[in-house]
Design a protein around this ligand. Structure first.
Ligand code: SAM
Length: 348
């Protein structure tokens, strides 16, 4: 394990450029896997600066690919960098970087969706949740199809204070499709306000710190890219289990153009829908005619708190799923129709 302090002035020795590495190891991007690489080291330096001071930090980079961001992280004076890359074609190029930075770069051939970072760094880095964030950072430019499910998984880890957040309030600096970055950071009332805005903002301070034009990547993706920085909050703005918050938020935003009572109604079985939705809105003191995008995190807090009480009073309520009820009603109706047509066919 690399020591801190004295190594902070480290700079990588002269190396082939990322473009040369790509040629050398024949690392053509697999388009179907959305591999878009950053070759400009000034840009990767800029992304890494947005993560904050990394002096003596322990950094977990997800999806290093040919290693552009990796080089910038190594040059930022980190104590140790652990990278997890799924595609084995990138391993020799990363090994070359590791040889150039002895004792600093650990390479794992694996999947970020299953890799357990909580045991990878020294125990001594752990901080109490209420303390300043630990000197542990997550940085990455992943395919968009991976970064969105991954942030949902990590937000759930934030809520449970486990996974990467077993170290404390580990900070993350990650890239997303620009529209997703805008949704993550959207304020109350804005057009981009969505499920992701609430799920991210009730647990973290979320900042869209940089936009990178698509043309900066090779090959060029269809869209621009947003860099988003997350710092878990000492006190979540909604103190209910992640699944409960997710259920309320998902139900509200499924009818994003309607009044919020429409989506909230779907939390309740049809037979009690009108009455229970009215009760929820009244006790939470939320105007039923607000649109989902107009609801603030504190509106969601009140709604989740009241819904939690209603779930405690009715143990079947949380498991209720309106789609299941719809399906059951449909098959009951089909059965009834079948029976009726059978009866019609019987001789009098
Ligand atoms: N970070 C590099 C850069 O900025 O140039 C590469 C970016 S490319 C968009 C995404 C990288 O993530 C690829 O190297 C890809 O193989 C890797 N990757 C994709 N899914 C992954 C997963 N589930 N676990 C680990 N790495 C993954």
């Amino acid at each position: 394990m690399a020591a801190g302090g004295s190594l902070s002035a480290f700079r990588l020795p002269p190396l082939p450029t990322i473009r040369e590495i790509i040629k050398l190891f024949r690392l053509h991007a697999a388009k179907q896997l959305s591999q878009n690489f950053l070759l400009d080291l000034r840009l990767t330096d800029k992304i890494v600066r947005k993560a904050g001071t990394l002096t003596n930090a322990y950094v977990y980079e997800v999806g290093p690919g040919p290693g552009g961001i990796t080089r910038s992280i190594l040059n930022a004076g980190v104590a140790e960098l652990l990278v997890v890359e799924k595609d084995s074609r990138f391993l020799p190029g990363l090994q070359m970087l590791s040889d150039a930075a002895p004792g600093k770069l650990r390479i794992v051939h694996g999947d970020v969706l299953t890799f357990k970072i909580e045991r990878a760094f020294p125990e001594s880095l752990k901080r109490h949740w209420e303390d300043d964030p630990p000197n542990v950072h997550i940085i990455g430019n992943l395919p968009f199809s991976v970064s969105t499910p991954l942030i949902i998984k990590w937000l759930e880890n934030v809520s449970r204070r486990d996974g990467p957040f077993a170290y404390g309030r580990t900070q993350m600096t990650l890239t997303f499709q620009k529209e997703v970055a805008e949704r993550l950071t959207a304020t109350t009332g804005s057009k981009q306000r969505s499920r992701l805005s609430i799920m991210a903002q009730y647990l973290c301070s979320v900042q869209h710190v940089l936009t990178i034009p698509g043309r900066a990547f090779v090959p060029k993706p269809e869209v621009d890219v947003g860099v988003v920085r997350f710092t878990p909050l000492t006190q979540p703005r909604i103190e209910q289990p992640f699944q409960l918050v997710e259920k309320v938020v998902q139900n509200v935003f499924q009818f994003r153009r309607k009044y919020c009572h429409r989506g909230l109604g779907m939390l309740f079985p049809e037979a009690q829908r009108v009455e229970s939705t009215g009760k929820l809105l009244q006790l939470a003191d939320v105007d039923p005619t607000l649109r989902p995008s107009q609801l603030s995190v504190s509106h969601f807090k009140s709604l989740c708190d009241v819904y939690r009480k209603m779930c405690d009073e009715d143990p079947h309520l949380f498991a209720y799923n309106f789609r299941e009820e719809l399906k059951q009603n449909k098959s009951k109706n089909q059965e009834k129709e079948g029976e009726e047509s059978y009866r019609l066919q019987l001789p009098p």
